[in-house]
Design a protein. Structure first.
Ligand code: NAD
Length: 342
Protein backbone atom coordinates (compact mmCIF):
# COMPACT_ATOMS: atom_id res chain seq x y z
CA UNK A 1 0.00 0.00 0.00
CA UNK A 2 1.22 3.55 -0.74
CA UNK A 3 0.53 6.03 2.07
CA UNK A 4 -1.07 9.45 1.48
CA UNK A 5 2.10 11.32 2.46
CA UNK A 6 3.61 11.19 -1.04
CA UNK A 7 2.44 11.34 -4.67
CA UNK A 8 2.02 8.07 -6.59
CA UNK A 9 4.84 7.63 -9.12
CA UNK A 10 3.18 6.77 -12.44
CA UNK A 11 4.77 5.73 -15.73
CA UNK A 12 2.59 6.39 -18.78
CA UNK A 13 2.86 4.15 -21.87
CA UNK A 14 1.30 4.89 -25.27
CA UNK A 15 1.53 8.48 -26.46
CA UNK A 16 -0.95 8.00 -29.32
CA UNK A 17 -4.32 9.66 -29.88
CA UNK A 18 -6.07 8.47 -26.74
CA UNK A 19 -3.09 9.09 -24.46
CA UNK A 20 -2.53 12.58 -25.80
CA UNK A 21 -6.18 13.69 -26.08
CA UNK A 22 -7.70 12.14 -22.96
CA UNK A 23 -5.69 9.98 -20.58
CA UNK A 24 -2.64 12.19 -19.91
CA UNK A 25 -4.75 15.39 -19.49
CA UNK A 26 -7.08 13.46 -17.13
CA UNK A 27 -4.17 11.99 -15.15
CA UNK A 28 -2.80 15.49 -14.64
CA UNK A 29 -6.07 16.37 -12.85
CA UNK A 30 -5.84 13.48 -10.39
CA UNK A 31 -4.70 14.46 -6.88
CA UNK A 32 -1.35 13.22 -5.61
CA UNK A 33 -0.23 11.53 -8.80
CA UNK A 34 3.05 12.40 -10.49
CA UNK A 35 3.79 11.30 -14.06
CA UNK A 36 7.49 10.57 -13.67
CA UNK A 37 8.04 8.81 -17.01
CA UNK A 38 6.42 8.67 -20.45
CA UNK A 39 7.10 5.85 -22.91
CA UNK A 40 6.19 5.13 -26.52
CA UNK A 41 8.02 2.76 -28.79
CA UNK A 42 8.05 5.74 -31.16
CA UNK A 43 10.24 7.87 -28.93
CA UNK A 44 9.32 11.15 -30.66
CA UNK A 45 5.70 10.69 -29.66
CA UNK A 46 6.67 10.27 -26.02
CA UNK A 47 9.00 13.26 -26.23
CA UNK A 48 6.25 15.43 -27.70
CA UNK A 49 4.21 14.85 -24.52
CA UNK A 50 7.01 16.38 -22.46
CA UNK A 51 5.26 19.76 -22.51
CA UNK A 52 2.18 18.18 -20.89
CA UNK A 53 3.93 15.90 -18.40
CA UNK A 54 6.68 18.31 -17.38
CA UNK A 55 9.78 16.76 -15.90
CA UNK A 56 8.84 13.23 -16.99
CA UNK A 57 11.71 11.10 -18.28
CA UNK A 58 11.22 9.85 -21.85
CA UNK A 59 11.58 6.18 -22.86
CA UNK A 60 11.02 4.06 -25.95
CA UNK A 61 10.96 0.72 -24.11
CA UNK A 62 8.50 -0.13 -21.29
CA UNK A 63 11.07 -2.53 -19.77
CA UNK A 64 13.74 0.22 -19.62
CA UNK A 65 11.22 2.64 -18.11
CA UNK A 66 10.20 0.16 -15.42
CA UNK A 67 13.84 -0.68 -14.60
CA UNK A 68 14.81 2.98 -14.22
CA UNK A 69 11.83 4.69 -12.60
CA UNK A 70 10.80 3.13 -9.21
CA UNK A 71 7.15 3.18 -10.29
CA UNK A 72 4.06 2.60 -8.13
CA UNK A 73 1.82 2.22 -11.18
CA UNK A 74 1.76 2.05 -14.95
CA UNK A 75 -1.06 3.63 -16.98
CA UNK A 76 -1.34 2.52 -20.63
CA UNK A 77 -3.16 3.53 -23.83
CA UNK A 78 -1.76 1.05 -26.36
CA UNK A 79 -3.16 -1.81 -28.45
CA UNK A 80 -4.33 -4.75 -26.28
CA UNK A 81 -1.36 -6.97 -27.24
CA UNK A 82 0.93 -4.38 -25.60
CA UNK A 83 -1.40 -4.08 -22.55
CA UNK A 84 -1.11 -7.85 -22.07
CA UNK A 85 2.65 -8.01 -22.56
CA UNK A 86 3.45 -5.06 -20.28
CA UNK A 87 0.96 -6.16 -17.60
CA UNK A 88 2.70 -9.58 -17.55
CA UNK A 89 6.02 -7.78 -17.10
CA UNK A 90 5.06 -5.30 -14.37
CA UNK A 91 2.58 -7.24 -12.19
CA UNK A 92 5.22 -9.70 -10.85
CA UNK A 93 7.26 -6.63 -9.81
CA UNK A 94 4.35 -5.46 -7.60
CA UNK A 95 3.53 -2.51 -9.89
CA UNK A 96 -0.17 -1.60 -10.14
CA UNK A 97 -1.52 -1.40 -13.68
CA UNK A 98 -4.31 0.51 -15.43
CA UNK A 99 -4.91 -0.13 -19.15
CA UNK A 100 -7.30 1.46 -21.61
CA UNK A 101 -10.01 -0.87 -22.88
CA UNK A 102 -9.56 -3.56 -24.11
CA UNK A 103 -7.03 -5.10 -21.70
CA UNK A 104 -6.40 -8.07 -24.05
CA UNK A 105 -8.03 -9.92 -26.95
CA UNK A 106 -9.16 -13.28 -25.52
CA UNK A 107 -10.96 -14.38 -22.37
CA UNK A 108 -8.19 -16.85 -21.51
CA UNK A 109 -5.64 -14.00 -21.62
CA UNK A 110 -7.86 -12.00 -19.25
CA UNK A 111 -8.13 -14.96 -16.87
CA UNK A 112 -4.34 -15.32 -16.82
CA UNK A 113 -3.96 -11.62 -15.95
CA UNK A 114 -6.54 -11.93 -13.15
CA UNK A 115 -4.61 -14.86 -11.60
CA UNK A 116 -1.29 -13.04 -11.91
CA UNK A 117 -2.69 -9.88 -10.27
CA UNK A 118 -4.17 -11.91 -7.40
CA UNK A 119 -0.89 -13.75 -6.86
CA UNK A 120 1.08 -10.50 -6.65
CA UNK A 121 -1.65 -8.48 -4.87
CA UNK A 122 -1.63 -5.55 -7.25
CA UNK A 123 -4.52 -3.25 -8.10
CA UNK A 124 -5.58 -3.46 -11.75
CA UNK A 125 -7.87 -1.24 -13.79
CA UNK A 126 -9.50 -1.04 -17.21
CA UNK A 127 -10.46 2.26 -18.84
CA UNK A 128 -14.22 1.88 -19.15
CA UNK A 129 -14.82 5.57 -18.65
CA UNK A 130 -18.58 5.48 -19.43
CA UNK A 131 -19.08 3.99 -15.93
CA UNK A 132 -17.54 7.11 -14.40
CA UNK A 133 -19.14 9.73 -16.68
CA UNK A 134 -21.06 12.33 -14.65
CA UNK A 135 -24.43 11.74 -16.41
CA UNK A 136 -24.11 7.96 -15.87
CA UNK A 137 -23.43 8.57 -12.16
CA UNK A 138 -26.63 10.67 -12.07
CA UNK A 139 -28.58 7.92 -13.82
CA UNK A 140 -27.31 5.45 -11.23
CA UNK A 141 -28.56 7.72 -8.41
CA UNK A 142 -32.00 7.88 -10.08
CA UNK A 143 -32.41 4.11 -10.53
CA UNK A 144 -31.10 3.40 -7.01
CA UNK A 145 -33.68 5.75 -5.46
CA UNK A 146 -36.52 3.71 -3.99
CA UNK A 147 -39.07 6.09 -5.57
CA UNK A 148 -37.93 4.78 -8.98
CA UNK A 149 -38.96 1.25 -7.99
CA UNK A 150 -36.94 -1.82 -8.86
CA UNK A 151 -34.81 -1.50 -12.00
CA UNK A 152 -36.41 -4.07 -14.32
CA UNK A 153 -34.96 -3.49 -17.78
CA UNK A 154 -32.18 -1.61 -19.57
CA UNK A 155 -32.31 -0.83 -23.26
CA UNK A 156 -29.03 0.33 -24.78
CA UNK A 157 -28.38 1.49 -28.32
CA UNK A 158 -24.74 1.91 -29.25
CA UNK A 159 -24.53 2.70 -32.97
CA UNK A 160 -21.08 2.96 -34.55
CA UNK A 161 -19.49 2.99 -38.00
CA UNK A 162 -16.14 1.27 -37.35
CA UNK A 163 -14.08 -0.88 -37.29
CA UNK A 164 -15.07 -2.64 -40.52
CA UNK A 165 -12.07 -4.96 -40.65
CA UNK A 166 -10.22 -7.03 -38.03
CA UNK A 167 -7.88 -5.25 -35.60
CA UNK A 168 -5.24 -6.22 -33.07
CA UNK A 169 -4.24 -9.54 -34.70
CA UNK A 170 -7.76 -10.89 -34.25
CA UNK A 171 -9.16 -12.67 -37.31
CA UNK A 172 -12.72 -11.49 -36.62
CA UNK A 173 -14.18 -8.08 -37.46
CA UNK A 174 -17.08 -8.74 -35.07
CA UNK A 175 -14.80 -9.51 -32.12
CA UNK A 176 -12.64 -6.47 -32.97
CA UNK A 177 -15.79 -4.32 -33.05
CA UNK A 178 -16.99 -5.70 -29.72
CA UNK A 179 -13.59 -5.11 -28.06
CA UNK A 180 -13.12 -1.65 -29.56
CA UNK A 181 -16.66 -0.28 -29.21
CA UNK A 182 -19.42 -2.35 -27.63
CA UNK A 183 -17.25 -3.23 -24.60
CA UNK A 184 -18.37 0.11 -23.10
CA UNK A 185 -22.08 -0.66 -23.47
CA UNK A 186 -21.76 -4.27 -22.28
CA UNK A 187 -19.65 -3.27 -19.26
CA UNK A 188 -22.16 -0.55 -18.39
CA UNK A 189 -25.13 -2.93 -18.58
CA UNK A 190 -23.28 -5.39 -16.34
CA UNK A 191 -22.29 -2.66 -13.89
CA UNK A 192 -26.01 -1.84 -13.48
CA UNK A 193 -27.23 -5.43 -13.63
CA UNK A 194 -24.95 -7.31 -11.24
CA UNK A 195 -24.42 -11.05 -11.67
CA UNK A 196 -24.90 -12.15 -15.28
CA UNK A 197 -26.84 -15.39 -15.71
CA UNK A 198 -27.44 -15.67 -19.46
CA UNK A 199 -26.36 -13.97 -22.67
CA UNK A 200 -27.80 -14.62 -26.12
CA UNK A 201 -26.98 -12.90 -29.36
CA UNK A 202 -27.78 -12.79 -33.03
CA UNK A 203 -26.29 -10.90 -35.98
CA UNK A 204 -27.66 -9.39 -39.16
CA UNK A 205 -25.16 -8.88 -42.00
CA UNK A 206 -25.63 -6.62 -45.04
CA UNK A 207 -23.26 -4.80 -47.41
CA UNK A 208 -20.19 -5.77 -45.37
CA UNK A 209 -21.57 -4.37 -42.10
CA UNK A 210 -23.13 -6.02 -39.07
CA UNK A 211 -25.93 -5.33 -36.61
CA UNK A 212 -25.50 -7.13 -33.29
CA UNK A 213 -28.43 -7.88 -30.99
CA UNK A 214 -27.35 -8.92 -27.50
CA UNK A 215 -29.71 -9.93 -24.68
CA UNK A 216 -28.45 -10.16 -21.11
CA UNK A 217 -30.22 -11.62 -18.09
CA UNK A 218 -29.13 -11.19 -14.48
CA UNK A 219 -29.68 -13.31 -11.38
CA UNK A 220 -31.70 -10.48 -9.74
CA UNK A 221 -34.31 -10.63 -12.53
CA UNK A 222 -33.07 -7.55 -14.45
CA UNK A 223 -32.84 -7.90 -18.23
CA UNK A 224 -30.96 -5.79 -20.78
CA UNK A 225 -31.08 -5.53 -24.55
CA UNK A 226 -28.28 -4.03 -26.57
CA UNK A 227 -28.40 -3.02 -30.21
CA UNK A 228 -25.00 -2.20 -31.64
CA UNK A 229 -22.87 -2.74 -34.74
CA UNK A 230 -20.86 -0.95 -37.41
CA UNK A 231 -23.83 -0.44 -39.77
CA UNK A 232 -24.62 3.09 -38.57
CA UNK A 233 -23.53 6.47 -39.94
CA UNK A 234 -21.74 7.56 -36.76
CA UNK A 235 -21.19 6.88 -33.07
CA UNK A 236 -24.00 7.59 -30.58
CA UNK A 237 -25.07 6.21 -27.22
CA UNK A 238 -28.56 5.96 -25.77
CA UNK A 239 -29.70 4.21 -22.66
CA UNK A 240 -33.18 3.73 -21.20
CA UNK A 241 -33.88 2.37 -17.71
CA UNK A 242 -37.34 1.06 -16.83
CA UNK A 243 -38.41 0.91 -13.18
CA UNK A 244 -41.16 -1.19 -11.61
CA UNK A 245 -43.11 1.90 -10.46
CA UNK A 246 -43.82 3.06 -14.03
CA UNK A 247 -40.84 5.40 -14.12
CA UNK A 248 -38.43 5.65 -17.04
CA UNK A 249 -35.02 7.37 -17.20
CA UNK A 250 -33.30 7.98 -20.52
CA UNK A 251 -29.73 9.06 -21.15
CA UNK A 252 -29.07 10.61 -24.51
CA UNK A 253 -25.47 10.62 -25.84
CA UNK A 254 -23.99 10.68 -22.32
CA UNK A 255 -25.43 14.17 -21.94
CA UNK A 256 -29.20 14.66 -21.46
CA UNK A 257 -30.72 12.71 -18.60
CA UNK A 258 -34.55 12.71 -18.66
CA UNK A 259 -36.71 11.17 -15.96
CA UNK A 260 -40.34 10.50 -16.85
CA UNK A 261 -42.13 10.03 -13.58
CA UNK A 262 -45.66 8.67 -13.66
CA UNK A 263 -46.83 10.98 -10.88
CA UNK A 264 -44.98 14.22 -11.66
CA UNK A 265 -47.00 17.48 -11.50
CA UNK A 266 -46.00 20.67 -13.32
CA UNK A 267 -44.85 23.43 -10.96
CA UNK A 268 -46.44 26.26 -12.97
CA UNK A 269 -49.48 24.92 -14.78
CA UNK A 270 -50.39 22.38 -12.12
CA UNK A 271 -52.63 20.48 -14.52
CA UNK A 272 -51.06 17.20 -13.60
CA UNK A 273 -49.02 14.36 -15.14
CA UNK A 274 -46.89 13.96 -18.24
CA UNK A 275 -44.21 16.33 -16.87
CA UNK A 276 -40.61 15.23 -16.92
CA UNK A 277 -37.33 16.27 -15.31
CA UNK A 278 -34.27 16.92 -17.42
CA UNK A 279 -30.71 17.14 -16.13
CA UNK A 280 -27.62 18.19 -18.10
CA UNK A 281 -23.99 18.60 -17.04
CA UNK A 282 -22.85 22.14 -16.35
CA UNK A 283 -21.16 23.73 -19.38
CA UNK A 284 -18.30 24.45 -16.94
CA UNK A 285 -17.84 20.74 -16.10
CA UNK A 286 -14.45 19.88 -17.63
CA UNK A 287 -14.75 17.40 -20.50
CA UNK A 288 -12.28 15.02 -18.83
CA UNK A 289 -14.37 14.89 -15.66
CA UNK A 290 -17.74 14.71 -17.44
CA UNK A 291 -16.63 11.90 -19.74
CA UNK A 292 -15.36 9.84 -16.80
CA UNK A 293 -11.60 9.88 -17.49
CA UNK A 294 -10.70 11.79 -14.32
CA UNK A 295 -13.12 9.78 -12.16
CA UNK A 296 -11.79 6.38 -13.24
CA UNK A 297 -8.14 7.36 -12.67
CA UNK A 298 -8.96 9.04 -9.34
CA UNK A 299 -10.76 5.88 -8.16
CA UNK A 300 -7.87 3.69 -9.36
CA UNK A 301 -5.36 5.85 -7.39
CA UNK A 302 -7.60 5.74 -4.31
CA UNK A 303 -7.79 1.93 -4.52
CA UNK A 304 -3.97 1.75 -4.57
CA UNK A 305 -3.75 3.93 -1.46
CA UNK A 306 -6.50 2.05 0.36
CA UNK A 307 -5.25 -1.40 -0.71
CA UNK A 308 -8.72 -2.25 -2.04
CA UNK A 309 -10.06 -3.42 -5.42
CA UNK A 310 -10.84 -0.87 -8.10
CA UNK A 311 -14.45 -1.33 -9.29
CA UNK A 312 -13.45 -1.78 -12.98
CA UNK A 313 -10.50 -4.10 -12.42
CA UNK A 314 -9.50 -7.03 -14.66
CA UNK A 315 -11.76 -9.39 -12.69
CA UNK A 316 -14.78 -7.07 -13.02
CA UNK A 317 -14.40 -7.24 -16.82
CA UNK A 318 -14.65 -11.06 -16.95
CA UNK A 319 -18.48 -11.20 -17.40
CA UNK A 320 -18.12 -8.59 -20.15
CA UNK A 321 -15.64 -10.89 -21.92
CA UNK A 322 -18.09 -13.81 -21.51
CA UNK A 323 -20.79 -11.69 -23.16
CA UNK A 324 -18.32 -10.68 -25.90
CA UNK A 325 -17.58 -14.39 -26.48
CA UNK A 326 -21.31 -14.98 -26.87
CA UNK A 327 -21.79 -12.02 -29.20
CA UNK A 328 -18.77 -13.10 -31.27
CA UNK A 329 -20.35 -16.49 -31.94
CA UNK A 330 -22.83 -17.03 -34.71
CA UNK A 331 -25.35 -19.59 -33.50
CA UNK A 332 -27.77 -19.09 -30.67
CA UNK A 333 -27.47 -22.56 -29.12
CA UNK A 334 -23.67 -22.35 -28.87
CA UNK A 335 -23.84 -18.88 -27.39
CA UNK A 336 -26.38 -19.84 -24.76
CA UNK A 337 -24.20 -22.73 -23.65
CA UNK A 338 -21.02 -20.73 -23.35
CA UNK A 339 -22.39 -18.56 -20.54
CA UNK A 340 -24.50 -21.22 -18.86
CA UNK A 341 -21.39 -23.45 -18.49
CA UNK A 342 -19.09 -20.83 -16.94
N1 NAD B 1 -11.98 4.84 -23.53
C1 NAD B 1 -12.23 5.18 -24.78
O1 NAD B 1 -13.32 5.61 -25.11
C2 NAD B 1 -11.14 5.01 -25.82
C3 NAD B 1 -11.15 5.83 -26.96
C4 NAD B 1 -10.13 5.66 -27.90
C5 NAD B 1 -9.15 4.70 -27.71
N2 NAD B 1 -9.18 3.90 -26.61
C6 NAD B 1 -8.17 2.84 -26.42
O2 NAD B 1 -6.89 3.42 -26.26
C7 NAD B 1 -5.88 2.56 -26.80
C8 NAD B 1 -5.00 3.35 -27.73
O3 NAD B 1 -5.77 3.85 -28.80
P1 NAD B 1 -5.20 5.04 -29.74
O4 NAD B 1 -6.30 5.41 -30.62
O5 NAD B 1 -4.53 6.07 -28.90
O6 NAD B 1 -4.10 4.25 -30.59
P2 NAD B 1 -2.76 4.86 -31.24
O7 NAD B 1 -2.31 3.86 -32.24
O8 NAD B 1 -3.01 6.27 -31.68
O9 NAD B 1 -1.73 4.91 -30.01
C9 NAD B 1 -1.13 3.77 -29.47
C10 NAD B 1 0.31 4.14 -29.10
O10 NAD B 1 0.88 3.03 -28.41
C11 NAD B 1 2.24 2.90 -28.86
N3 NAD B 1 2.66 1.52 -28.59
C12 NAD B 1 2.15 0.38 -29.14
N4 NAD B 1 2.78 -0.69 -28.63
C13 NAD B 1 3.69 -0.23 -27.73
C14 NAD B 1 4.64 -0.87 -26.89
N5 NAD B 1 4.76 -2.19 -26.85
N6 NAD B 1 5.41 -0.08 -26.11
C15 NAD B 1 5.30 1.27 -26.14
N7 NAD B 1 4.44 1.92 -26.93
C16 NAD B 1 3.63 1.18 -27.72
C17 NAD B 1 2.18 3.26 -30.34
O11 NAD B 1 3.46 3.63 -30.84
C18 NAD B 1 1.19 4.43 -30.33
O12 NAD B 1 1.81 5.68 -30.16
C19 NAD B 1 -6.62 1.39 -27.46
O13 NAD B 1 -6.62 0.29 -26.59
C20 NAD B 1 -8.03 1.92 -27.64
O14 NAD B 1 -9.01 0.90 -27.61
C21 NAD B 1 -10.14 4.05 -25.66
Amino acid sequence: MVGSERALRVGFIGAGEQGRANLIPALLQVDSVEIVAVCDRERQRAASLGSLARGAEIFSSPEAMVAASALDAVVMACPPQAHLEVARHVIPKGIHVFVEKPPCVTTSELKSLISLAKEHEVVTGVGVNFRFATPVRRLREVVENELFGQLVHLQIQHPANKPKSPMWESDSTIRSFLLAQAIHAIDLAISFGGELSLATSRHQHADGSVLIHLNLEFTNGLSATLLTGNMFPSFAFEMRAIGSRSNVATLDNLWNLTVIDSGKQGRFSGDGKRWREVWQPSPLDSGYARSGYVGELQAFAQAIRAGTRFEADFEALLPTYHAIDVASESTLEETKRSVANE
